[in-house]
Design a protein around this ligand. Structure first.
Ligand SMILES: Cc1cc2nc3c(=O)[nH]c(=O)nc-3n(C[C@H](O)[C@H](O)[C@H](O)COP(=O)(O)OP(=O)(O)OC[C@H]3O[C@@H](n4cnc5c(N)ncnc54)[C@H](O)[C@@H]3O)c2cc1C
Length: 414
């Protein structure tokens, strides 16, 4: 075999894993049915979320739960016929959202979150992609004094517990940072640690081009099956076969089917999310990505326009595009920012690969030598891709992992 490792999937996670393995002297090829960065890694909000140290849990307060249950919220929308199909996953998510459990999960996720900016930065510099990255954080806006008090307390607690850098903004300070925001945004928090990316797909494509420039190969083929060989693995695609000693499954929300065939029934749900780009009205501009937490959407200044990304839709992965959440979010976004016409007709739809305990799966297959996993990064795949790539490559090559990989072991979900 001439290839040491085949990485299945050219999203941010697969490409990052491939780069880290290549750096460690392995001969690596990636297989994807599309060009790199065309899956979930194409359309996200572009936040390298160093400040997101507590994962997105199911809220416990009755008011928010009732708001979600009526299916009228912009943040969460669901197809009632789909929920029974994911009932065990939902139950697991609910349990993981208990404050005690959530504290443990946050602690387990902290090392890769803490490493996320350095790991991106190194690749960004090496691949010459600095023009895609902004290093001045993002802004959470609030619509009421009560909201500002709550956000101020939360940012204080996170500064105390995790050392996060943030400024509480009254209306005047918010206007200095974002002069085009309308009066409905009465203040906010400037989370200063995170970076933002002006074209997430271009970042993944840039990392992939760097991988190729260093001798890596990318095959544009659809993966059909995975077969164990005497001394490795065979991947069968629509175009032929590839063999290698190791295989890394990094197919995002599509990782489940291939794994089920190997006996791993991973509870993985694709949390759907949309984006649509808008022009700004004449003279208006947005300097930072802005989260309207109360409503549940992000407005981010991107190369293609102002990208409005929605919250979570729970519906079958193949269900048609449902504009309802985008329309709700757009209506409320006009209250905050002078959005002009949409750039595209139809919203983009992507799947966040989500496990019930909010943690990715990173590490070896317990029952199969040479089979490795890197998926399930949910809301933080763009953030964590390079840190995951490093952790996985360290495990695969026998180096001491920079973080404890135990919390990401697939056995916790089996
Ligand atoms: C609306 C939205 C906003 C988001 N905002 C953020 C954010 O601001 N910050 C952040 O960190 N994260 C964000 N995320 C999450 C992030 O985008 C994902 O976690 C991340 O992109 C997952 O990367 P991945 O490489 O695991 O999967 P993907 O990028 O989906 O890559 C999987 C790849 O597998 C390929 N594939 C699948 N099946 C096959 C097959 N049979 N044969 C060949 N190839 C196959 C696909 O073509 C795809 O390229 C957001 C997601 C959404 C939807």
């Amino acid at each position: 075999m001439t290839t040491d490792t085949l990485v299945l999937g050219a999203g941010i996670v697969g490409v990052s894993a491939a780069l880290h393995l290549q750096e460690r002297g392995q001969s690596v090829a990636i297989i994807d049915r599309s060009a790199p960065g065309e899956g979930a890694s194409f359309g996200n909000a572009g936040l390298l979320e160093r400040s997101s140290v507590i994962p997105y849990a199911i809220p416990r307060d009755l008011r928010t739960l009732l708001n979600f249950a009526t299916n009228r919220a912009a943040a969460v929308h669901y197809d009632p016929a789909f929920l029974p199909r994911i009932a065990p996953w939902l139950m697991g998510y609910w349990k993981a959202s208990h404050p005690d459990r959530l504290r443990t999960i946050a602690r387990e996720l902290l090392p890769p979150i803490e490493a996320c900016l350095d790991e991106h930065d190194r690749l960004v510099q090496a691949a010459g992609l600095s023009h895609l990255v902004r290093r001045d954080g993002w802004v959470e806006i609030v619509r009421s004094e009560a909201g500002l008090a709550e956000a101020g307390q939360r940012s204080h607690d996170l500064r105390r517990d995790f050392g996060l850098a943030s400024d509480v903004l009254d209306r005047a300070a918010l206007s200095r940072l974002e002069p085009s925001l309308k009066a409905a945004a009465i203040g906010g928090i400037h989370w200063r640690d995170p970076f933002t990316v002006t074209d997430p797909s271009a970042l993944t494509k840039g990392y992939a081009a760097y991988f190729e420039s260093k001798g890596g190969t990318i095959y544009c083929e659809t993966i059909r099956s995975l077969t164990r060989q005497a001394n490795g693995w065979r991947v069968t695609t629509d175009r032929g076969q590839h063999e290698a000693a190791n295989v890394v499954v990094a197919l995002g929300a599509h990782s489940g089917a291939l794994l089920a065939a190997q006996g791993y029934n991973v509870p993985l749900v694709g949390k759907r999310g949309y984006h649509l780009h808008f022009r700004a009205e004449a003279g208006a501009m947005l300097n930072h990505a802005v989260l309207d937490e109360e409503v549940g959407y992000v407005l981010a200044p991107m190369a293609a326009g102002i990208r409005l990304t929605t919250g979570v839709e729970l519906a079958a992965p193949t269900a048609p595009v449902n504009r309802i959440q985008m329309d709700r979010a757009e209506r409320r976004a006009h209250e905050i920012f002078p959005l002009g016409d949409p750039v595209e007709e139809k919203p983009w739809l992507g799947l966040r690969p989500a496990t019930p305990d909010m943690k990715p799966v990173i590490g070896p297959a317990p029952n199969h030598r040479g089979l490795w996993f890197a998926f399930g990064h949910a809301h933080h795949g763009l953030t964590l891709g390079p840190a995951t790539g490093r952790l996985l490559a360290e495990m695969m090559t026998g180096e001491k992992p920079f973080a404890d990989p135990t919390p990401f072991d697939i056995r916790r979900l089996m």
